[in-house]
Design a protein. Structure first.
Length: 103
């Protein structure tokens, strides 16, 4: 990775395809846990529950990922281009990590 930014621990462990597949499982489990936590909070009467994930649906997540790439990597002077280009399994994991938070 070209940037000296510190990576999230789960992303830092991704070094190859097997690691990336394991990372996808971690993210899927995190999504399921987040949705369950949000539902529990709603049942407890909390009106405004956001959760950790900015998207509840795959299509929304993919659009958010694309928006982050446009804003953070593709425009002139983009701050994260060096973090994802050249593409590696780890930089792909980083993109997914950031996209799940990006609004």
């Amino acid at each position: 990775m070209a940037s000296p930014r510190e990576l999230p621990a789960d992303v830092a462990r991704v070094q190859g395809m097997r690691d990336f597949a394991a990372y996808l499982e971690i993210m899927a489990d995190d999504f399921d846990t987040d949705r369950a936590d949000c539902e529990r909070q709603r049942r407890e009467g909390k009106q405004f529950v956001d959760g950790r994930w900015s998207s509840m649906y795959v299509g929304d997540f993919l659009r958010t990922w694309a928006a982050w790439l446009q804003d953070g990597c593709l425009r002139e002077g983009a701050p994260f281009k060096g973090d994802v280009d050249p593409l590696t399994w780890q930089s792909l994991a980083l993109q997914i990590h950031v996209a799940h938070l990006y609004e």
